[in-house]
Design a protein around this ligand. Structure first.
Ligand SMILES: CC(C)(COP(=O)(O)OP(=O)(O)OC[C@H]1O[C@@H](n2cnc3c(N)ncnc32)[C@H](O)[C@@H]1OP(=O)(O)O)[C@@H](O)C(=O)NCCC(=O)NCCS
Length: 276
């Protein structure tokens, strides 16, 4: 049972982290091997997926990680968390290096007010990105000149999902979850959750933005209507939400500040595999 307290969303999120009862990743077939040269045009999204074992798992400067990233990895107590953090950051730097024509270590990552990492325009040439990691999977999304948020979550069975939704989700999302049970409820919960979190990550405000001020249910039910309608007076602009193919046992989504013409899903393998 997850106990609710005011401001207890972080506690809920921690409780939702899978502890081995999630289904192991299996089918990532819709994530294709990328061509050797990749161009990212305006209006396009490139998404990259890595699974545990696709790259390195122990922190080392030679993989392009900064001393800050190595220290952050070493601060993580559980080896599985440390390994996934390393894989995520090696992949992020490897992918950014590919688009920017730089070495991974040369990429300067900056952090906005609520923690969203970004590239300075001087280095990034309007490249926008976002990163997510959960259990054994890492997801990275990139666009040109358009804010992006991504989220991937390993689904875990939990008897309390409806209770959690009642505290944090919008009324129509709660009703849809109440109408389902068992695996159907679990799957819907994570499809909603990843869309909601990708939205928070797209505008960068994180969990300071109320999760019940907007519903992503219409995006699930009425494709191709990707627009998110947010009742919070502080929300700005129009945002577009897309579900993504995910490995078996996971849900994934992306939210963007513009409608997109193409979503390309690539399976990551390190560019400089020999060096890893
Ligand atoms: C970004 C946030 C909303 C969600 O984080 P999360 O679900 O724990 O983690 P994700 O794997 O999806 O994303 C983490 C990455 O998002 C990026 N990020 C961090 N803050 C961000 C923000 N405000 N906006 C967008 N991206 C952000 C970082 O690249 C981070 O990776 P790093 O920590 O390895 O550097 C975070 O601000 C937060 O509030 N976390 C606490 C809530 C939580 O535990 N959620 C888990 C849901 S099950």
């Amino acid at each position: 049972m997850i106990r609710m307290r005011p401001g207890g969303l972080s506690e809920v999120c921690r409780a939702l982290k899978p502890r081995g009862d999630a289904i192991a990743p299996g089918n990532a077939m819709q994530w294709r091997k990328p061509p050797s040269t990749l161009a990212l045009g305006t209006g396009e999204v490139h998404l990259w997926l890595a699974l545990r074992g696709d790259g390195p798992s122990a922190p080392k400067e030679s993989w392009g990680l900064t001393t800050d990233e190595i220290a952050a990895a070493r601060r993580l107590r559980r080896p599985v968390d440390r390994e996934l953090y390393v894989l995520a950051h090696v992949m992020l730097r490897d992918v950014l290096a590919h688009y920017l024509g730089l070495q991974p270590i040369e990429i300067a990552l900056h952090t906005a007010a609520h923690g969203k990492p970004f590239l300075m325009d001087s280095q990034g040439a309007d490249l926008r990105f976002n990163l997510s990691h959960s259990k054994d999977a890492v997801l990275c999304g990139l666009t040109r000149g358009c804010e992006i948020g991504v989220d991937i979550e390993a689904m875990a069975h939990n008897d309390d999902l409806l209770n959690i939704a009642t505290h944090f989700f919008a009324a129509d999302e709660i009703a849809a979850l109440a109408a389902r049970c068992g695996d159907d409820r679990t799957t819907l919960f994570y499809r909603l959750w990843t869309r909601k979190e990708a939205y928070l990550k797209a505008h960068g405000k994180g969990l300071s933005h109320p999760l019940n001020s907007f519903s992503v249910l219409p995006n699930l039910q009425a494709l191709p209507d990707p627009v998110i309608r947010d009742l919070d007076s502080r929300s700005e602009g129009t945002w577009f939400c897309y579900g993504l193919p995910a490995p078996r046992g996971y849900a994934a989504a992306t939210v963007l500040a513009q409608a997109v013409s193409a979503l390309n899903c690539w399976r990551w393998a390190p560019q400089s595999a020999d060096a890893l």
